[in-house]
Design a protein around this ligand. Structure first.
Ligand SMILES: Cc1ncc(COP(=O)(O)O)c(C=O)c1O
Length: 383
């Protein structure tokens, strides 16, 4: 068993050894500015920046010039959404869902403040967007549809191929926030125009990500300067971070075939055992769910209290997304799938990773029923 039983891999992941090693070469010896002309800079550009772009584009099956490096998925989401909006007139219509990450939701709320009309689609009780809802919401003036590939809280994998095809038939661009899906399982990008991904969810460094932008998609930059990244994201590139992101991507690709079923098996065991706790429920679907995600609600107790009690026993978990946890607000995702406030407050997210062992899972399954019982005994709400 690991000393810390780390079950919050959707929030972030430990940086892989080979990622750290590759990055350190580009901190130490190959530190040149990729835009400079001398040979040390050439190494940073060719072996660092451009080789990384090639590795990532090969993995996705897209062209190298379609990868724009950014400071992470929050920036990629903002660039996709606002970048397209800035290239259209103010009357353009946009579509997203109620269950997106705040990086997407708040960018669309900002567009509304700028005068754009935005439709927020609801989801079914498993968190799935219904294709007919998208068909009905699309209009002739819809510029962009943005729907996440997989939900960071409840693990729902959306039917992206179908949704993106519906948008394409209507002539709207399609963006997907693929942060929780990238590297975890094969993605279908046939009708996807824009895709956001992040390094630190796949055992890479924090503060680096990319936006895939299909060639020809019209958009404006948000950051102006020296014209880096095809003029869409100025600023000297974070070469060590980008090298780390590319290395992390390749490691994910190499291990996918073994790691998906391994994590899925551990996840299913957790689901089976935790549902034996009285008044517990699984949030999100049984099928079409991220292989590493389990999310539960426990009647009568707060998710935060479970997280704190598990922390005392060296188990790291979360109530929902890392960004919204400290707010003590009920999860917008759980409210959107129809949970009453009492259950939306009592959720626990467990997300497995490469380093999670069977012993870690056994330990969680020993401790969790105990923690829930202890909290229920102390809670005035539980009766
Ligand atoms: C679905 C989703 N989108 C966006 C983000 C933000 O990514 P980053 O931390 O790279 O800005 C996260 C991270 O929590 C996420 O889970």
């Amino acid at each position: 068993m690991n000393e810390l039983v780390y079950l919050d891999n959707a929030a972030t992941t430990p940086v892989a050894k080979s990622v750290r090693e590759k990055m350190s070469e580009f901190f130490r010896d190959k530190f040149g500015n990729p835009s400079s002309l001398y040979s040390a800079a050439n190494t940073a550009r060719k072996e660092g920046l451009e080789r990384s772009r090639e590795r990532i584009s090969d993995f996705l099956g897209v062209r190298q010039e379609e990868i724009i490096f950014t400071s992470g998925a929050t920036e990629s989401d903002n660039l996709a959404i606002k970048g397209v909006a800035l290239s259209r007139d103010e009357s353009a219509h946009f579509i997203t869902t109620e269950i997106e990450h705040h990086a997407v939701l708040h960018a669309f709320e900002w567009l509304e403040d700028q005068g754009h009309e935005v439709t927020f689609l609801g989801v079914d009780e498993d968190g799935r967007v219904k294709p007919e809802d998208l068909s009905n919401a699309l209009r002739d003036d819809t510029a962009l549809v943005s729907i996440m590939y997989a939900n960071n809280e409840i693990g729902t994998i959306e039917p992206i191929e179908e949704l993106a095809e519906i948008a394409a038939e209507k002539g709207a661009l399609f963006h997907t926030d693929a942060v929780q899906a990238y590297g975890k399982f094969p993605l279908d990008l046939e009708h996807v125009d824009l895709l956001s991904a992040s390094g630190h969810k796949i055992y890479g460094p924090k503060g680096v990500g990319f936006l895939y932008r299909r060639k020809g998609v019209r958009m404006e930059p948000l950051i102006h300067g020296g014209g880096h990244e095809k003029g869409l994201r100025s600023g000297t590139e974070n070469v060590p971070g980008i090298v780390g992101l590319a290395e992390a991507t390749e490691l994910m690709a190499e291990e996918q075939a073994q790691e998906i079923p391994r994590e899925q098996k551990l996840r299913d065991k957790i689901i089976e055992e935790v549902l034996k706790i009285p008044d517990s429920r699984l949030n999100g679907p049984k099928e079409n769910r991220l292989p590493n995600n389990a999310n539960f609600s426990f009647k009568g107790i707060e998710g935060e209290s479970i997280v704190m009690k598990l922390d005392n026993r060296n188990i790291a978990t979360s109530t929902g997304s890392a960004c919204s946890s400290p707010s003590l607000e009920p999860s917008h995702v759980l409210l959107s799938i129809g949970l009453p406030l009492s259950l939306a407050h009592g959720s626990l997210r467990i997300t497995l990773g490469r380093e999670t062992t069977e012993e870690d899972v056994e330990y969680l399954l020993e401790e969790l029923p105990d923690v829930v019982e202890e909290l229920r005994r102390a809670s005035p709400l539980s009766n």
